[in-house]
Design a protein around this ligand. Structure first.
Ligand code: SAM
Ligand code: SF4
Length: 436
């Protein structure tokens, strides 16, 4: 989402004469777009700011000015505190005020420091200009923001604010523009993307499944993905869409966090481990080749060895193609950070290693299961060496292909020859091979 937000900040500044540069030394304005989900985020921002301050001083010696802004959730959480600790920062802006950036730049030039961390009444997406810069073969599109779920470990409801869904017509128009600019794949984004309930063109309300069906009608949009979903919002309509919308890719990021009911309750996730297993079963009935990924937190306060064993058991039962796993990190202002039964760091580290060993093994086995098969690959990046391009499989695996440069941006049929834990490798089939 920060990648998408950064692109939108560039869009909003473009009419005011700003264009992206490759190096901070060339920048008249530097924006740090930050994430606050785990600890040390704020410390990293302050140390990066120290580096940018030196750049500003170097540029000042040549008579060039540099505006410094900090955006995103660390800015939201720190607010005035950031200007107190780093007074050379000109602008501190939260995720809901990006549309006001040009006005802030003008204000900072006139009167000095600006802090904008309110949740304004006007909707950011109504005020932002249309997305203008092409995103390439694979694009992001934010459809929903914020969260009302208040998991006890998480800062998102405090930094991103309440759940908000963009109007469906606005999303469809943005998707059409992305496709016209050459995107063949769109990933719909939201902190709780499947809680999407947006005003529809017919005056009603659309859920995510209905929105996906509307997007699937756009000619040239070959692939649709969405992330991140909450198990509680995975409704029948969305499961059905996986069965019968061919553009909806057979890969789903469905975080479970823990396999222990006791911990899931303490996390306020609103479902148990059996509910999650049943949900996975329904999804696989709808789309038998569906691959899953998840997020896991180890060492949540009070997690015992038995709780952790339940997580390992769930991982073995479900079988993941990929996953992210983290040590629990106490976040200021969240209920779990106040719990007295915090798990020692050494225990968290040891559990994380055991969990990751299992997850990497599953990921390697999933990748190896594709060796010898032919699959469509969307080529979206230059490869490591000449004659190679990098792309994505339907299951979001990175695929290194021997393919001519003119295949960039296309979906080609490819035969997979090798797999590692992190990627596949193969060659693009020439048309006659593909037909055979
Ligand atoms: N809304 C999504 C969901 O509920 O599944 C997750 C969004 S969150 C931005 C991404 C992931 O960060 C979470 O799934 C969780 O695993 C991890 N995370 C969030 N807060 C954390 C914390 N305090 N400590 C460790 N990991 C955390
Ligand atoms: Fe955070 Fe996701 Fe829970 Fe919302 S649902 S509080 S974003 S982990």
């Amino acid at each position: 989402m920060n990648v998408y937000d950064s692109a939108r900040m560039a869009d909003v500044l473009a009419p005011h004469g700003f264009a992206p540069v490759d190096a901070p030394d060339d920048a008249d304005m530097v924006i740090l777009n930050t994430c606050h989900i785990r600890e040390k985020a704020a410390e990293k921002v302050y140390s990066e700011l120290g580096r940018i301050r030196q750049i500003r001083e170097r540029r000042a010696a040549d008579g060039r000015k540099t505006v410094i802004a900090v955006a995103g959730c660390v800015a939201q959480a720190e607010g005035e505190e950031m200007r107190a600790r780093a007074p050379f920062v000109d602008i501190v802006l939260g995720p809901q005020t990006y549309h006001r950036l040009p006005e802030m730049v003008a204000r900072a030039a006139r009167a000095g420091g600006v802090v904008a961390t309110d949740f304004p009444v006007e909707a950011k997406f109504d005020e932002l200009p249309e997305a203008s810069a092409p995103q390439g073969p694979s694009a992001f599109l934010t459809v929903q923001e914020g969260c009302d779920k208040f998991c006890t470990f998480c800062v998102v409801p405090y930094t991103r604010g309440a759940e908000f869904s963009r109007p469906a017509a606005q999303i469809v128009a943005e998707a059409k523009k992305l496709v016209a600019q050459g995107s063949a794949e769109i990933t719909l984004l939201g902190q709780n993307v499947n809680a999407y309930r947006g005003p529809a063109p017919d005056g009603g309300t659309w859920g995510l499944a209905r929105l996906i069906r509307a997007l699937a009608e756009i000619r040239g949009l070959a692939r649709i993905r969405y992330t991140t979903s909450h198990p509680r919002d995975m409704d029948e309509a969305l499961i059905e869409a996986h069965a019968d919308v061919p553009a909806l890719m057979p890969f789903l990021h469905l975080p479970v966090q823990s396999g222990s009911d006791r911990i899931l309750t303490a996390m306020n996730r609103g479902h148990g481990a059996a509910d999650y297993r049943a949900l996975v079963e329904s999804l696989r009935r709808a789309r038998p080749d569906l691959a899953l990924s998840s997020d896991f937190i180890v060492g949540f306060p009070g997690e015992t060895e038995a709780d952790f064993a339940a997580t390992l058991a769930l991982v073995r039962d479900v079988g993941y193609a990929q996953a992210y796993s983290f040590k629990y990190s106490p976040r200021p202002g969240t209920p779990a950070s106040l719990a007295e039964d915090q798990v020692p760091d050494a225990v968290k580290t040891e559990r994380l290693h055991r969990l990751q060993a299992e997850l990497w093994d599953q990921q390697r086995r999933f990748n190896e299961s594709k060796v010898g098969s032919v699959m469509p690959v969307l080529l979206d990046k230059p490869g490591r060496r000449p004659g190679q391009l990098l792309g994505r499989s339907p299951w979001l695996q990175a695929v290194h292909l021997d393919a001519p440069a003119h295949d960039m941006g296309r979906i080609v049929e490819a035969r997979i020859g090798a797999a590692t834990v992190s990627s596949l490798a193969g060659r693009a089939l020439v048309r006659e091979d593909a037909a055979a």
